[in-house]
Structures are given as structure tokens and as C-alpha cells.
Write a new protein. Structure first.
Lengths: 240, 240
DNA sequence: TTATGTGAAAGCGTTCACAGCC
DNA sequence: GGCTGTGAACGCTTTCACATAA
């Protein structure tokens, strides 16, 4: 063990969830031809505190230069290596409604290799040159592409059966938009994004606001704000 | 202050994020004409542990009956009251691409009162009877509807200017799908859903899996699984 | 002097275990 | 007996403060 080339397994989940954000900011910095960046600026752009950014990066290794900052390109490379975004993962999308279509048009960091939908009127349609295939051929599509990541953008009632088939086909990562909770074996990673739920959470915050405006005898107290701008800088001070 | 009718301000954010899930399960139980439910069943259906469900509900009040469980309809009512889903919040959607359209078709617990897009080819088109209006008229649309919740489903570069205008119009809750981090005043709640990022996180997990399969000299160690099925029941035991 | 990297402390969230009530 | 409600323990995440290096 000479130079610390070890990315070290065991990165906290919370950190993993933020790495793609950092990577995106770095991409934007590269586009602006910015070669070096400090933890303060990078953190501000990513909407986190500088110390959190440094702690996050420290889990991957020491890729910065003290007194200077981070070399954008190098850090970008290292992050890309860890996140796996460097390699483009094959992804299969099940359910080509508005949401599925939106995903199909995405193509950063991964490659859509399969589109599946049960609607006969949709089967055969092409998105970016890729034809939509029938749900019955799911086994073929997944098996043929070797995809391990799948997106479930079907109605709620279809989600679980589809997930079961996906898991049987060797899929180990699922992104679902269905409002139901998917039941999968422990070795499968599921991420659920529920648009209705996101709005319901916002509704709660509005509800709380109007309630406190009605003003019972509870202290007014400043609203904490779940996610605000990254203005609450800590550390020592912040560079302009 | 006699009976505990106080929903108590200061519910943990993590709990707030789960309440809509519980509410959805309760709706489904009502549809099945089920009158009573235990924390165990409800938790299983929601994909959380029974103790977590009970703790979550305990923040709202004591709405269950010991030895029996929860009255579905009553709990549904109380949860709806807290979440604010009972009242249908007016929502404005900016950016009517595939994502915006998907949102526009949603209509549970809130009411879409405005659709806005800069594309002249789209302006005038109706979704569920509501006409898409030009981005230039955003002030009119938001002001006229009194909406406090807005969805930003625009390309990344348009998100910040749109958010600025929304905030100026009195919007205090924003759901954004743009990959950039929105800069807003502290009193505004922002929730960001980045589809590309969700996939990037899954890609990381796949990356980690294949890496540990390649097996460097690091200990193999069982993969933790970020989100699995709720099979890991704790408490005492689990019913069927 | 600057800005990173990191132990230590503080803050949250989840799980446990059991008291309390039906 | 059964199941809820909840203090206490535990573990994870974030923040702080400073040692470290250019």
C-alpha cells in the first residue's frame, strides 16, 4: 500500500446519495473551464455545507490539495469511477407512459437498452431509435440486454408482478414510480419516487404554515425550512 | 385543553415524509371495507417496521385502541387532517414536457390549477380541460389562482429564473425536477427529485456489487441493501 | 496564510423493550 | 391475552474545531 488508490468499500448511504450531485456540479464546472474549486464553492453549488462536502469526499480518499482546493477534472474522474457513472449501465424501462418517456429521453450516465409496455398501440413505436416491445417479451428484453437496473413506471397494480419478473430475470436495482411498496428479496435495491407523495409532503408544509398563521397559543418561532439555499454556511467564514 | 385534540406542531421531517404512505394504505383498506387494522399489518403494507409506525403515529396523538388496533376510517381522517390532503391544494405546473404532463394527470389530494410552458406550439393545448398558458403569463396564472405550491419541470437552465418568479409571486413550496440546486429564501420549502440522480445511485450500488464480485483483498461482507422489503420485522413476532 | 482532512461532539432517527390499557 | 404508546438505547448523520499540509 503506497499511494492511497483505495476507494474503500463502506461509504455511508447518505454520502452515496449526494455523490451524483457533486458530479453534476463538477461537470458544469468543466464546461465553464474552471480548473480548481474549493470545498466552499463546490458545496454552495451542491446545496450542502462545506464540512459535509469534505467529509463526504474524505470517504473516497484524499483527492484535494490543502491550501488550494480540488482539481476539477481529477475529482470528476475519481467521483465518476466510484459512482460508476463512467461506465454506462444498461437500463430497461417498463411502462412507457409520460413518466417512462421522460426517463427514456434521459441519457446521462446510463444507456436505455429496453422499453416495454403492454399497450398494443404503443408497441413498435420508437423512442430515440429504440422500439417499444410488448410486456410479454420482458424476459427476452432483459435477458438479451443483461440489464441489472430497471425502471418501473407502470400503474400501481402492475408494479409488484413486474418487479417479481424483473427480480427473477436477475435485476438487482429497481427505480419505481408506483405508489405501492415493492416486495423484493433483500439483495435487491429499490428506490421509490412517488410524485403524489412529494406533493403531499409539500401540502403538509403549507398546511402547517397556514395553521401557525391562524396562530394558536404556540410560539410563532421561525420556520426551519426543510431544504433552503445553502446560505447557512458554517466552518469559519465564507469566501464571497 | 381537555382531550388531546392537539396535533402538536413539531413533527419530525422523517415522519412527515412517511405520513402520505400510511394515508395511501389506509385508503386502500377503506376500499376493501376493512374497519380495523393493527400496527403490524399497516406497517407491513407501508414497508416500515411496526415500532416505527407506532412512533410516527404517536407524534400526532393517540388514535389507536390498545389491544385492538386502529380504526381505519378514524385514523384516515386524522392523518388527512394533519397531512392537509383533506383540503385539496391548488398547484401550478411550469414546464409541460413528459414529466409535467405526468404530473398534470395526477389528481389525488391536490388540484392542478395552472399549466405553463414557453413553447408556442403547446400553449392552448388542454390537459383534463385545463389550457396550457404561456410562460410570460406566469404572474397571471399564479396570482389568479392563489397557488402556494408549484412544480418546476423545466430544463435545468430555466429552473432558477422560474423559481425566482414563483417565489416573488408568493409560492412557498416548490417541487423541482431540475438537476440544479435551487436558490430560494429560507421560508420556501424545496423538494428536488432528480431522475438521473436516482439512477446514478442505483448505478453506484451495481458498481459496488460487481466490484465486490471481482473481489479485491477486502473482506467480502454481506451487501447491506439500502432499501429492502420490510421483511426484517422486529418487535415480538409477526402475524402471518 | 490558505483550505483540506479528520477525530470528537452534537443532533436525529430508528429500534428495542416494556409499561399501560383494552 | 393482545396491541398500543413511549422512554431508553443504539446507530447513523451532521457539525464543529483543529491538526495538517501546501
Amino acid at each position: 500500500m503506497s499511494t492511497a488508490e483505495t476507494p474503500r468499500l463502506g461509504i455511508p448511504d447518505a454520502t452515496v446519495a449526494r455523490l451524483p450531485v457533486y458530479l453534476r456540479v463538477l461537470n458544469s464546472l468543466t464546461a465553464q473551464q474552471i480548473a480548481t474549486v474549493s470545498s466552499g464553492s463546490l458545496a454552495a453549488a451542491a446545496g450542502v455545507s462545506p464540512s459535509q462536502l469534505r467529509k463526504d469526499l474524505s470517504h473516497l480518499g484524499s483527492y484535494g490539495t490543502r491550501g488550494v482546493g480540488y482539481d476539477v477534472e481529477y475529482l470528476q474522474f475519481q467521483l465518476g469511477r466510484v459512482v460508476g457513472s463512467a461506465r454506462e449501465w444498461p437500463v430497461v424501462i417498463v411502462g412507457i407512459g409520460n413518466l417512462g418517456t421522460a426517463l427514456a429521453n434521459y441519457s446521462r450516465g446510463f444507456r436505455v437498452v429496453g422499453l416495454v409496455d403492454p399497450d398494443p398501440g404503443l408497441v413498435g413505436t420508437r423512442i430515440h431509435g429504440l422500439a417499444i416491445r410488448d410486456l410479454a417479451e420482458l424476459e427476452d428484453v432483459v435477458g438479451g440486454s443483461g440489464a441489472r437496473i430497471a425502471v418501473v413506471a407502470t400503474p400501481a397494480e402492475a408494479a409488484q408482478p413486474v418487479a417479481d419478473r424483473l427480480v427473477r430475470l436477475g435485476v438487482t436495482s429497481i427505480l419505481t414510480f408506483a405508489s405501492t411498496v415493492l416486495n423484493v428479496p433483500g439483495h435487491v435495491t429499490v428506490r421509490r419516487v412517488d410524485l403524489g407523495q412529494e406533493l403531499a409532503i409539500l401540502a403538509f408544509h403549507e398546511h402547517r404554515r397556514t395553521e401557525s398563521r391562524a396562530g394558536t397559543e404556540t410560539a410563532p418561532s421561525a420556520v426551519p425550512a426543510l431544504v433552503s439555499s445553502g446560505t447557512g454556511n458554517t466552518d469559519k467564514g465564507m469566501g464571497a
